[in-house]
Write a protein that binds this ligand. Structure first.
Ligand SMILES: *Cc1c(COP(=O)(O)O)cnc(C)c1O
Length: 391
């Protein structure tokens, strides 16, 4: 007989999912109630407020899409883009490429602004593209590129878009909860994120938010949104304000308990404190990594604290290292993605997983595994270098 599934307890230090706070797992195991139960409606109202807090926005159209970050991405594109529209996309890694896919599948034109992988999006190049394409409707970019570990200047890019009368679509799947993000202050029009990165929640939900300007564009579309499931005009019948909520799809009830708990935890800590914590542990990890003699893909000024892309030392079988870490230490780090596949490891310090114990475990384990493989590193110094930062 097939038995119940019991996975090992891992330490998740890859590009997501990250370690889930036990409080969230506990919240998820509470009784399932109906998706129109008055108690559940109360939870939905709180959830909306908590997402508004996390995004730093007053946007009325703020809700959790019942599917992972990729669906949040799709929700933003299919609602704002119509066939024939032109969208300028700044790409500096894997996820910008998916934006292009979304735009082209809608029957719209994607104007690509390519940046080197590992660099932040170049604002000057984005400006050139907007000047050359005065008919562009939207500027889209990834705030925190998880494939390379680069953080882009979302504030400057949004300001630029406004000067050129463009709406903005911003991917904040990895930045939310880990790096400063201010939707209203920066003037972001459509934003999506995920639960399993710096919110340290279980995967499968995507918080999204749309500005009033974006809502107006959605309400005045010439064509129907090509996705029935993600059409915000319909989803609002369930997530909209007031007591009259109508069935659209069955909400993932327990997954929303989990997100609620994750956001309560974030609010308890405070956004600024969460951002500072990610910086602090990143600094310690970076000190250890560099003491070992390994280097980062991204320049220090553009580095994401929550995603550390580290180059693999000469002659090392990178997959063997990851598999030893998993088998001997129950520790998961990420492989390279896209153009960086086989060239880097991606070490995540996301949400609940971003703590001193994990930094020391990761450095100690990596040091031991690489030393045993006779890799060209400085052995036995990484943990102390990190401890020096902690003081
Ligand atoms: C993880 C990620 C996504 C996709 O999220 P899923 O939940 O895996 O669908 C999109 N964009 C970025 C930047 C990500 O890191």
């Amino acid at each position: 007989m097939t038995q119940s599934f019991h996975p090992n307890e891992r330490t998740l230090m890859g590009p997501g999912p990250s370690d889930v706070n036990p409080r969230i797992l506990e919240a998820m195991s509470r009784p399932t109630i109906g998706h129109l139960d008055p108690q559940f409606i109360g939870l939905m109202d709180e959830l909306k407020e908590l997402i508004q807090y996390a995004f730093q926005t007053q946007n009325r159209l703020t809700l959790p899409v019942s599917a992972p970050g990729s669906a949040g991405m799709e929700a933003c594109f299919v609602n704002l883009v119509e066939p024939g529209d032109k969208v300028v996309i700044c790409q500096n890694g894997v996820f910008g490429g998916r934006m292009k896919e979304n735009v082209e599948r809608i029957g719209a034109t994607a104007v690509m602004v390519e940046d080197e992988w590992g660099k932040a999006v170049d604002v000057a190049k984005a400006e050139e593209a907007l000047k050359a394409n005065p008919d562009a409707k939207i500027l889209a970019f990834v705030h925190a590129e998880t494939s390379t570990g680069a953080l882009s200047d979302a504030e400057a890019l949004c300001k630029l878009a406004q000067q050129h009368d463009c709406l903005t679509i911003v991917d904040t799947v990895t930045s939310l909860g880990g790096s400063p993000l201010k939707v209203d202050e920066w003037g972001i029009d459509a934003i999506y994120s995920g639960t399993q990165k710096c919110l340290s929640c279980t995967p499968g939900i995507s918080p999204v938010s749309f500005s009033e300007k974006a809502v107006e564009v959605i309400s005045n579309r010439k064509t129907k949104v090509q996705s029935w499931f993600l059409d915000m005009n319909l989803v609002m019948g369930y997530w909209g304000e007031g007591a009259k909520r109508a069935y659209h799809h069955t909400a993932p009830i327990n997954a929303l308990y989990a997100l609620h708990e994750a956001l309560v935890i974030l609010k308890e800590e405070g956004l600024e404190n969460a951002w500072a914590r990610h910086q602090q542990h990143h600094k310690a990890l970076a000190a250890g990594v560099e003491a070992m003699g390994l280097s980062f893909v991204v320049d220090a000024k553009d580095r994401l604290p929550q995603l550390n892309a580290v180059t693999i030392p000469e002659g090392v079988d990178e997959a063997a290292v990851r598999s030893t870490l998993l088998q001997k230490y129950n520790l998961e780090i990420g492989a390279g993605l896209g153009a960086l596949a086989g060239k880097v490891w991606r070490i995540g310090l996301m949400g609940y997983a971003c703590n001193q114990t994990n930094v020391l475990l990761c450095l100690g384990a990596l040091d031991a595994v690489l030393t045993s493989m006779k890799a060209p590193i400085n052995s036995g110094v990484a943990v102390n270098a990190a401890l020096d930062i902690y003081g």
